[in-house]
Structures are given as C-alpha cells and as structure tokens.
Write a protein that binds this ligand. Sequence first.
Ligand code: RUB
Length: 298
Amino acid sequence: MQVEETAAKISSMQIRGALHIAVAAAKALEQLIVDGATYEELVEAGDILRDARPSAMSLPNAINYILHLAQMHSVDDPIVARPLLLGDVANFIIQLESTIGRISELGASLIEDGDVLLTICNSTTVVEVMKKANSQGKRFKVYACETRPRFQGHITAKELVDAGVDVALIVDSAAYHTMLHKGVRKAFVGADTVYSNGDVINKIGTSQVAVSAKHAGIEFIVCTETLKFFPHSMESGEVVIEERDGKEVADIPRVGVFNPAFDVTKAEYISRMVTEEGIISAQEVNALIQKKFAWALK
Ligand code: RUB
C-alpha cells in the first residue's frame, strides 16, 4: 500500500486501533524500502504517516524505529545494506505482531472463571486477552461500552460473541451503574500512549471508567504493548489529544460540538498493566522505557 493511501486510511479510521496503525505504517515503510527509497524519502514518508493520527505513540515509535534501523544500515547503499535493513524491518514487524500473543497469555491469567468484566472501545489487545481466557475454558461475562461517537464497542461485542464469549453492550454512561449492579470485578482497557509516569491515553471515556472503577472498588487493568510507551515523556511532555469532526457526534444547525477522541487516565487509577514484558504497576513504566527504548534515548 502506498504511503499516502495508508495515511488516509489511518486518518479516516479505516485502519484504527494503536497496534494496527503502527503495523500498517511499518508495512508502508517496508514497501518503500523494497521499492528503493533513499533515507530522505523514508523521512518524508515518516512525516506523512506520523501526522495521520496524533494521539497513539505506537505510530511515531514504529516510524522512528524503522528510521533508526535505516540510519544504522545506511539505506543509501542499496547493494550491501538494503537486504540487511529489510531483514531487520521484517523482524520488527513480526515481533510487533507477536507481542499480542504474550500479552493475551498474561492477561488471561488475570481472568477467573465466573468473572464479570467491563471494557470500552475496541482494543485488539484486550479482545485477544478475553478470547484467550475463553479458549482456556473460563466462563465470564463482558459488558462492552458502546463507545460514542464511533461505536467501536459494537466491533468488540461482535468479535467477542463470535468467539463464544458472553457479552452485553451498554451505553457509556451506564458504566458505573453496571459496575455496582451487575457484579463487575475488573475493567480491561487498551492504550494509545503510556507516559513514563504511568498515565495512559486511551479512547475518550476511559478515564471515567477508571474513576468509576476506583469508586466501585474494582480492578482497572491496562493491556498495552511497550511500543505504546512514550520514551521522551520526561522531557518533551504532552501528546496532542485528537479532536475529530463534530459531525461524528451531532449535526444540528447553530449547535457547536466538542469531540475529543481520547483522554488521559492518571496512573493512580490503574491497578496493573499487562505488557509483553510482564504484568507491571504504572510506577514501573519508566524503568521499562529505559530498557526498551535505549535506541531512542541516546
Ligand atoms: C482505539 C483505542 C484502543 C487503543 C488500543 O481508538 O482507543 O483502545 O488504540 O487498541 P480508535 P489496540 O478507535 O480511535 O483508533 O489494543 O488495538 O492497539
């Protein structure tokens, strides 16, 4: 797929979810390398892809890592370096796609027979965790927030029901009520960006679920690949919270709409994080950044 086409599909959310957009961007850059792009052309392509969606750190991290590999291998020396670079890029994509397997094993260990769970949006990572627990013979119920305004919760519900999981949709504003009255024990959510202090950006409404979970005394669990960690969050601070077209919410003459696509959940609300490196606390993110992002922190 061409770079512009991939970027357009990411912006329009035909390709969505932090993991999928990172993999799509990596594959677009891989194709450019196959086609003989110079380092400058890769940088330009990286800029186009990076701008496609601003709130998911997996996207710039994947792009920056491939540019780092290209620099290491000096992509402008095609005969010697290009095959080596392509091998490393292919390896990176395989590893990225396989992290979800490790996370689903670890995450499934947190789900017990008879559990009642709640989730928001459509996180491939969370869905895989639940599917894994189901395949281990555990029987549990999932309440899926519908996730206004784009209804990604419908995708989650469909994926879970297709896998044989007992799932019910709820409107987003029913989350706290459902926790209190339907015996919810754990909330599982995905992540778009994880700051070094353990704060997490995810779909708008996630922070309300987290605050509600704390009040209701239930666990709030974030499932995230470490590719979503923000290596420079100590120095360079903020990630832009994407604001999307108000028409996604309502189209009423003379009525304005504010439509943020993501929000920040503070680390204090997060019980645990499930990563491919293990189950950690939000306070351990910074140490893991030092380990996983040595290439970016130099
Ligand atoms: C998707 C979203 C997901 C994370 C994690 O938002 O917030 O929870 O991206 O997903 P959008 P995954 O629908 O706006 O892209 O686990 O698939 O990476």
